[in-house]
Design a protein around this ligand. Structure first.
Ligand SMILES: *[C@@H]1O[C@H](CO)[C@@H](O)[C@H](O)[C@H]1NC(C)=O
Ligand SMILES: *[C@@H]1O[C@H](CO)[C@@H](O)[C@H](O)[C@H]1NC(C)=O
Length: 505
């Protein structure tokens, strides 16, 4: 465990409003405390952004064949042997479909202010197009009402990777042009049903992830790639770009629905990227780092904020489809805020190979870039998040930023016995450092951050990792009736945000 010194108090400055952020930043920067200090430091100002938790339908709901739901591509994929760790699937997951009331109470007891969840398209329109399943609408409607009654604002994601299998069967999902209209029709059903009570929507969660892991690497559904030893079908050089283009057109079409149904609602995409720090100060590495950001963040965020794909991506991918003038204009008005999912940072250096001509690593001169988490792709690098927030602020002209996912898994967490596993100091350190030294510091830099959603409220089905990786601030005992127990990080976060958690409930 890293040793820190205690936070210093400057109570006399609390009246000077203009200095409050600077003081908070100084606290964070000088600072440092062991893992209990943040919790005992009750006089500290809460950050100037609010506390949310996040989830996704397939990862928590279970009830895969109940209430009129039909299979999604993740049901199909996870039920194929060898695709998910331990051949696990989301058939039951956290059984949120039946236990959501308990989970809303849990969030209320922790003082959670915002809850981000996704709607399952195959629960709402089981065949992807056509008939609406009223039981699905009713489920989410009750959830929204309960959240509002608990003082928790719902943030809804329309698509968190669970495409109705029927559309994959009919026209290969995101590869088919028809998906644009089908998604817009699904979006309209959701906006009509929920926008009277919900003001924040995102159309897509992490298009970078589901497109490139699904159609380039073939590690996520629908499991397509060029490598025939792993993927029965697919083409890694063409399909990700076709899917990318359809996703952006589907986003625009859905936003047009929202503007007419609920003109006051706010919409975004949950963009995601690692920060890519140049390995050296050479011009080559600096340019490689920019290309890395173009290919990871810019490919989706540039069209939505600037009206077209980054020129580096266009140059490297001749087959990339073009937007019409009208589409560009619509794209530029298609997001109201910047929803950002962020976890980690890697080094980037110039390379001769690959589309990006950039190679990445987490190790430089034999040293890791930060402490390594349980997931091999996740290192704790708070300074990278501060740089990313400043980059987003500058490139996209000072948008309001909602950090819609951020979090960590604790090394070996899944093999720790209960109740030791609840003392998740590694996660507490991550949240303290990312919130204080990265996000709060970025607000002092002038970045407009409105919210920080911890991923995740519950341990859950982590896609190809199954249940082997635990990102919850609440422990889920998969062997004992899915019993939920908040980890210490849940109380830590509640107190950090000044929320007075009530461990008794
Ligand atoms: C943290 O600091 C407190 C108060 O100074 C001390 O009692 C406690 O032992 C420290 N804990 C660790 C893990 O260093
Ligand atoms: C992918 O498509 C390209 C362009 O059409 C073609 O040259 C290549 O052979 C295809 N690869 C596979 C694995 O089908």
């Amino acid at each position: 465990m890293r040793v820190r010194q205690r936070l210093i108090q400057h109570k006399h400055l609390q009246y000077l409003l203009c200095l409050v952020f600077a003081v908070a930043f100084l606290h964070a920067a000088v600072a440092q405390s062991n893992t209990t200090a943040g919790m005992t430091d009750s006089n500290k100002q809460p950050p100037p952004f609010v506390f949310g938790t996040a989830s996704a339908a397939y990862q928590i709901e279970g009830a895969w064949n109940e209430g009129g739901r039909l299979p999604s591509i993740w049901d199909t994929f996870s039920q194929m042997p060898g695709k998910v760790a331990n051949n696990e699937n989301g058939n039951v997951a956290d059984d949120f479909y039946h236990r959501w009331q308990e989970d809303v109470e849990l969030m209320k007891s922790l003082g959670v202010q915002l809850f981000r969840f996704s709607l399952s398209w195959p629960r709402i329109i089981p065949k992807g197009r056509g008939e609406v399943n009223q039981a699905g609408i009713a489920f989410y409607s009750r959830l929204i009402d309960a959240l509002l009654a608990a003082g928790i604002e719902p943030h809804i994601t329309l698509y968190h990777w669970d495409l109705p299998q029927a559309l994959e069967d009919e026209y290969l999902g995101w590869l088919g042009e028809r998906v644009v209209d089908d998604f817009a029709a699904y979006a309209a059903v959701c906006f009509n049903a929920f926008s009277d009570r919900v003001k924040y929507f995102t159309t897509f969660n992490e298009p970078l992830s589901f497109v490139f892991i699904g159609y380039d690497q073939g590690i996520h559904a629908p499991g397509r790639c060029s490598d025939r030893s792993r993927c029965a079908a697919g083409n890694s050089s063409t399909e990700p770009w076709i899917a990318t283009h359809h996703v952006l057109l589907a986003h625009v079409a859905a936003v047009q629905q929202l503007r007419s149904i609920a003109p006051d609602a706010k919409v975004s995409i949950n963009f995601n990227t690692n920060w890519g720090e140049p390995m050296t100060n050479s011009r080559e590495d600096l340019e490689a780092s920019q290309r890395y950001l173009d290919f990871n963040l810019g490919v989706y965020a540039d069209p939505c904020f600037l009206g077209d794909y980054p020129s580096s991506v266009r140059k490297a991918v001749p087959s990339l489809p073009h937007f019409t003038t009208e589409q560009k204009a619509a794209l530029k008005k298609s997001v109201d805020y910047f929803a950002l999912n962020h976890y980690t940072t890697n080094w980037v250096s110039a390379s001769d190979s690959g589309l990006q001509k950039a190679s990445t690593t987490y190790v430089r001169d034999g040293a890791p870039i930060g402490p390594q988490a349980d997931s091999e792709w996740l290192y704790v690098v708070p300074w990278g998040m501060r740089r990313l927030l400043n980059y987003v602020n500058k490139r996209y002209h000072h948008p309001a930023i909602y950090i819609t996912e951020s979090g960590v898994d604790v090394p070996n967490e899944n093999s720790m016995p209960f109740p030791d596993v609840l003392q998740d100091d590694f996660r507490i350190d991550y949240y303290r450092e990312y919130i204080e030294n990265a996000v709060l510091a970025a607000t002092v830099d002038g970045v407009d951050v409105r919210a920080y959603f911890a991923w995740s409220i519950l341990d859950n089905f982590e896609w190809a990792d199954g249940y082997s990786k635990r990102f919850g601030i609440t422990y889920v005992d998969y062997k004992n009736g899915l019993k939920r127990t908040p980890k210490q990080s849940a109380y830590f976060l509640a107190k950090l945000f000044g929320r007075h958690p009530n461990p008794g409930t």
